[in-house]
Design a protein around this ligand. Structure first.
Ligand SMILES: Cc1ncc(COP(=O)(O)O)c(C=O)c1O
Length: 415
């Protein structure tokens, strides 16, 4: 949790100098608010930390796919890591150079592979042998060469939440490292396929550099093994970025990260690809929610807010912690569960927490909600998805309007 761009002025919480209460009044709640300044500084700290390494920073679109956010990152020179045709569409639409787009995912369908081929992306990261066959068929039909990598599964424990650990041998992702060489050799002889890289991604919300050191060691070692077989790759893609300090700030920085990786990449022929998502947008976003009611249960208090797990699923899904700040400055604290309006007991944003300023009608800011917040939201309980506002130099711009009931039925066939 980093609060340096947050400040109470006249008793009201301001982000980049803009009153969060005013934003809640003007755009309604629940409302996502993002700081463009913070997104820029997060991106720039990666760029600066890795300034001595030949690299592409491919922003992981899944963290936050708002077009204005992707456009902002495109303007800074970012590439994109995408996982679906939809994310590819969003990245291209935002002006990301296709030569800086990498495409991963265990279940790519024919249309997704075809779009990757047609758009001449940097690399399609293939996750299995049957997928390679499917790609082989499509490049033949398209009569076009595609750059590919294989996502290897190095069996490394990233010491994160089990639901976001992706490089363990039990996980569905990638090709087990002991079989990977055979698959590369098979691809080598295939028409219209150019082997461009090695990819891995061991997990998300990793706050220590050691798992990345092990991942880099594994990827670089594997690239050397490929070279011995006459397969020279151009890129080593080590996957997602650092975690963020949801609960405290004891998290490695991009500079720590660079220090660890630089030694593996110094003097190597390959370009490094990084795919950070959470650490670019996570602490730049806040979910504003209104306190609807304070309720006394049999043995605990409930702060009932107007945001539910359809808006922010991380606490319900991962038991994730988000700091909660009162928008109206207050020292009054009650111990309570902060819960949403959804008809499920699991609709909890914070459990047994001391909550400041929890008064009916007040606004609470749920911090560090810029990543995997709106992008994982849904219409569960026929709830309308929230609006999103981007603060640019402290000036608000509505970058997604709140949904309407018409939006709820827009895709229904009502015959
Ligand atoms: C393949 C891949 N790359 C990058 C990321 C982004 O990770 P993070 O948001 O932790 O930086 C993810 C997220 O899980 C991913 O699956």
């Amino acid at each position: 949790m980093t609060e340096s761009n947050l400040k109470y002025t006249g008793g009201i919480l301001h982000l980049d100098g803009c009153s969060l209460r005013k934003l809640a009044q003007e755009y309604g709640t629940p409302l996502y608010v993002y700081s463009a300044d913070r997104i820029k500084s997060n991106y720039k700290s990666y760029d600066d930390a890795f300034r001595n390494t030949d690299k592409i920073i491919c922003y992981s679109v899944k963290a936050n796919f708002n077009g204005a956010v992707i456009k902002l990152l495109a303007s800074l020179g970012a590439g994109a890591d995408v996982l679906s045709e939809g994310e590819l569409f969003m990245a291209l639409r935002a002006g990301i150079d296709p030569k800086k787009i990498v495409f991963a995912g265990v279940g790519k369908n024919a249309s997704e592979i075809r779009q990757a081929v047609r758009n001449g992306i940097c690399m399609l990261n293939i996750e299995g042998e049957q997928e390679l066959e499917a790609v082989g068929e499509i490049v033949k039909q398209e009569k076009k060469t595609l750059n590919i990598a294989f996502r290897i599964n190095p069996d490394i424990d990233p010491k994160t939440h089990p639901k976001i650990a992706t490089g363990l041998k039990e996980s569905k992702f990638g090709i087990p490292i002991r079989r990977a060489l055979e698959v590369y050799k098979r691809a080598k002889g295939m028409e219209n396929i150019r082997i461009a890289g090695v990819h891995l991604h061991i997990g998300s919300q990793i706050t220590d550099t050691l798992p990345f050191k092990l991942a880099a060691e594994s990827a670089v070692g594997f690239a050397d093994r490929l070279a011995e077989e006459g397969i020279e790759v151009e890129y080593i893609d080590i996957g997602g970025g650092l975690g963020i300090g949801y609960e405290n700030d004891d998290v490695s920085s991009p500079y720590d990260f660079a220090k660890v990786l630089e030694s593996y990449f110094r003097g190597r022929p390959q370009k490094l690809i990084l795919e950070p998502g959470r650490s670019i947008v996570g602490n730049a976003g806040y979910l504003l929610t209104r306190v609807n009611y304070i309720k006394q249960g049999a043995n605990k208090n409930f702060v009932v807010v107007d945001a539910g797990f359809n808006d922010l699923i991380r606490p319900a899904m991962y038991g994730a912690y988000h700091n909660i700040m009162p928008v109206e400055e207050s020292d009054e604290t009650i111990t309570a569960d902060v819960v949403g309006p959804i008809c499920e007991t699991g609709d909890v944003i914070a459990k047994d927490r001391g909550i400041r300023g929890a008064k009916q009608g007040n606004i609470l800011a749920i911090c560090d909600s810029g990543a995997y917040g709106f992008s994982m939201s849904s219409n569960y309980n026929s709830r309308l998805r929230a609006a999103e506002v981007l603060l640019e130099g402290g000036k608000p711009r509505l970058v997604r309007r709140r949904e309407t009931y018409e939006d709820l039925i827009r895709t229904e066939e009502t015959r």
